[in-house]
Structures are given as C-alpha cells and as structure tokens.
Design a protein around this ligand. Structure first.
Ligand SMILES: [Fe+2]
Ligand SMILES: [Fe+2]
Length: 275
C-alpha cells in the first residue's frame, strides 16, 4: 500500500470581507490564499488520494458585525468553499472547528446529517489504513471538547479495528503546545482523549488544525502533529498570540506500508524554498 493525502485546515472562508485579526495591522484574503493552496495541491506528483479539511472551514463570524451570523448568513461562505475545493483532484473529508456553524455546514456540505445540528464524526478506510475524524466543536466556545458519546463511539471503533494502522484527525489540539494563548483553547478533555488513545496501539498519529502553526509532540507511542492554516499563521513564539500575514501552508502525508512520512509546504510570496 502506497498513497498520499493532504491536510488543509483553517480555510476561514468569509464571503463579504477580508479577515482583519484583532491586534494586527493587516487584512487577509482567505479566499485568494486557499485558491493558491488548491493550485499547489493540483501540482503534486503523485496526486493525493484524498484531502482532509481540518475545520474552521467558513468563518463569516470573524467579520465585524453587531451579532453572530445566522445559518442562512453562513451558507454563502460554505458554498464559496465548495466552489474553490471543487478544483481539487480528489475526494474531500471535512471536519468541523470552532469557527464553523453546524447547521449551515450540514445544509451545504453534508447532505446525510441525521439532524440539522448533528455533530460530524466518522471513520473510513483507505488501503488498509483507518482514518478517524472527530468533531471537537463545543458550540459557542473557542476551545474544544469531545463529548462522552463521541468518546464511547471512538473507543468502540478502535476496539473493532485493532489490526488497522490508524490516523486520527481532530480540529483542536488535545496536548498543549507550550504557548499560553492557544493552550487555553485546546480540547479541555484532551488528556483523557490521549490517554484513551494510548491504549490502542494501532493509532499512529493525531493530526490537528486550529493553532495556525506547525508543531510535533511525541508522548508514549503517540505523535500529535499540528498543521498551519491555508491563510494567516500565528507566531510560534508569542505567548500572547500574534497573527502573521501568511504564508499559506498545508501538510502532505505519504504512506508506504507501515512507514509514514510528512512535510508541511509553505507558499512563500517570493517563491523561495519548498515547492
Ligand atoms: Fe482557525
Ligand atoms: Fe479553530
């Protein structure tokens, strides 16, 4: 078995304006940067078998307004996201983040939702590997939570697939990064989640978004990876949180038998480096 996948996260599409982060003196066109990322994914050789979209998909809530957007006001951003991602050369698996609206997401991107505001967690197989997507949104909160029903589902699924090497995707980071501002917004029961995962030897990687920077943390036999955003990034050193105007980035994961390899590609404006 040999295949590639890509992790694109924190696309933050917001129809009707650009992202002007608090305490930053720039605005960022999240749509243009995602189009650049998609064009880069199309150049990959070999192409990815599938893409995982890691949450914070569409975020009109980040535009200045006097009240949170309704589901109807959120939908055009999901439709724009779908239009841009339509250029990807592969199927897409979506995760939900804190800057998502479950009802609007379910209406536009997920036609099989059992209820209007149903959470979106699931698993699928590809060439002998198992992939798990969790839903860590705790509605109305910036931080994450994996509720007991989902944890129980996860444990049952892992118990049933002990022979399958598994990669788990979740929007929020379960383990702290060592950066105070973002560690207040990790999965608040992240330690319990990771302890449970440590009991399932087939789980190889936990891949997260949310933090807008790339980091690797190993603990026990688990590795947690975070992937930078397809739009603006956050400082890797500021304890208070500092937004940076890019560069857009995404993660490539290559699977060859039981060997996993990964790299992050940053799309620098001056064309230097990695492509
Ligand atoms: Fe984000
Ligand atoms: Fe997030």
């Amino acid at each position: 078995m040999r295949f590639r996948l890509v992790h694109l996260t924190d696309t933050h599409i917001m129809v009707g304006g650009k992202w002007r982060p608090r305490s930053a003196d720039f605005e960022f066109d999240t749509e243009a940067s995602l189009r650049r990322v998609v064009a880069t994914v199309r150049m990959l050789d070999p192409p990815p078998a599938f893409a995982v979209l890691g949450g914070d998909l569409a975020s009109p809530d980040l535009l200045p307004r006097d009240r949170p957007p309704t589901a109807e006001e959120w939908e055009p951003s999901y439709r724009r996201l779908a239009e841009i991602l339509g250029e990807l050369p592969c199927p897409i698996h979506f995760l939900v983040g804190n800057h998502d609206h479950r009802v609007a997401f379910n209406r536009v991107l997920r036609r099989d939702a059992p209820a209007a505001d149903a959470p979106h967690y699931y698993a699928f197989d590809h060439e002998g590997y198992r992939f798990v997507a969790l839903d860590s949104q705790e509605t109305g909160q910036a931080g994450g939570f994996v509720d007991p029903a989902q944890l129980a589902w996860l444990e049952r699924d892992l118990a049933r697939h002990r022979e399958r090497p598994t990669i788990l995707f979740v929007h929020h980071h379960p383990w702290p990064l060592g950066l105070r501002w973002i560690d207040t917004m990790r999965i608040r029961n992240g330690d319990a989640l990771m302890t449970m995962l440590q009991g399932h030897a087939q789980v190889r990687w936990v891949v997260c978004g949310h933090v807008h920077l790339d980091q690797v943390i190993e603990g026990g036999r688990l590795t947690m990876l975070t992937t930078p955003s397809t739009c603006l990034q956050m400082s890797k050193v500021s304890q208070a949180g500092k937004a940076l105007p890019g560069p857009p980035a995404f993660r490539v994961i290559d699977v060859a038998g039981d060997a996993l390899s990964t790299r992050v590609l940053h799309l620098r404006d001056d064309g230097s480096g990695e492509l």
